[in-house]
Design a protein around this ligand. Structure first.
Ligand SMILES: C[S@@+](CC[C@H](N)C(=O)[O-])C[C@H]1O[C@@H](n2cnc3c(N)ncnc32)[C@H](O)[C@@H]1O
Length: 283
């Protein structure tokens, strides 16, 4: 079978099923099955029978809206590849910006202490430790299955990973952290209809939903960041597009330099703030 005709058929099947990027997904799955790089797919003419069969199975799974990354088993995030599959949130491209912010903040300091709340696959923590190698990175994850994926991805990286609730995590670091970063669950329970089938059916519930206004976990993040950060330390949190003002209100008051940042599509995406430095009054 020629790769070209197989791709055309697969693309059509995925488009029918409502997949957002049918051609790209068809190509990436064929790369996965054949091991041929994407640029050469239509140049290498033939796919053998066994490959054709596994490919069509994957296309059928994708048509049932299993996330592409669960089928290939990996997700790329900045400069790292994470192993992903059932039970863990697939890291998203928009979160690469928040991770970039954390890396820059870590780079400003010598041996910065960085904490990632809600590690998921470990995408943010692994990016920070690989792009800011002098940083000391800690991560916490509550969900047992997600924790297992994070463990696989972070083993040997130097990141200190702990299983537990972020609300109580790392008491030994109270007041000693330079950068707190979090991509918490933030979708309001009432917004389920607007969520892509792939996410709704395959990302873990604990990674998505967070109470009626979507901010239950964010309120905990604000408290935990305050507890962990040294005076002058910074926090960065990802939020939904509609939450720019509500998250800002959460950080109004005791935080300074509260700023919201937009993503590449110009949507409000993450907020950063500083725990004010303490000023000693000299006598
Ligand atoms: C939206 S996912 C983000 C995962 C990863 N940081 C990323 O950006 O791809 C949120 C993660 O926070 C975890 N989580 C939710 N509540 C938590 C809590 N109270 N303590 C620790 N982790 C929690 C979820 O299990 C999930 O893995």
């Amino acid at each position: 079978v020629s790769a070209r005709s197989l791709l055309a058929r697969a693309t059509e099947r995925l488009a029918e099923a409502g997949v957002a990027s049918p051609r790209a997904d068809a190509e990436l799955l064929l790369c996965h099955v054949t091991g041929v790089p994407r640029a050469l797919l239509t140049v290498t003419a033939r796919v053998d029978e066994a490959q054709r069969r596994s490919y069509l199975d994957l296309i059928e799974a994708r048509a049932r809206r299993v996330p592409l990354q669960h089928l290939t088993g990996t997700a790329s995030f900045r400069h790292v590849d994470l192993e992903v599959g059932p039970g863990v949130f697939v890291p998203r491209p928009e979160t690469e910006l928040l991770a970039g912010w954390a890396i820059e903040e870590a780079d400003r300091r010598d041996a910065a202490v960085v904490v990632d709340l809600g590690a998921g696959s470990g995408a943010i923590a692994l990016s920070v430790v690989s792009e800011a190698p002098t940083a000391r990175v800690y991560a916490v994850e509550l969900d047992e299955r997600a924790y297992d994926w994070a463990w696989r991805n972070l083993d040997g990286s130097g990141v200190v990973l702990r299983r537990g609730d972020m609300a109580e995590a790392f008491p030994e670091l109270n007041g000693a952290v330079d950068v707190v970063v979090a991509n918490p669950p933030y979708i309001p329970l009432t917004a389920w209809q607007g969520v892509a089938t792939e996410a709704r059916d395959h990302d873990p519930q604990l990674a998505l939903w967070s109470g009626p206004d979507g901010l239950d976990a964010m309120r905990v993040v604000e408290q935990v960041a305050w507890r962990l950060l040294a005076p002058g330390g910074v926090v960065g949190v990802e939020h939904a597009e509609a939450q720019e003002q509500s998250v800002r209100r959460l950080f109004a008051g005791r935080w300074s330099e509260v700023r919201d940042h937009r993503d590449l599509a110009d949507r409000p995406r993450y907020l950063t703030a500083r725990r004010p430095p303490t000023h000693r009054v000299s006598s």
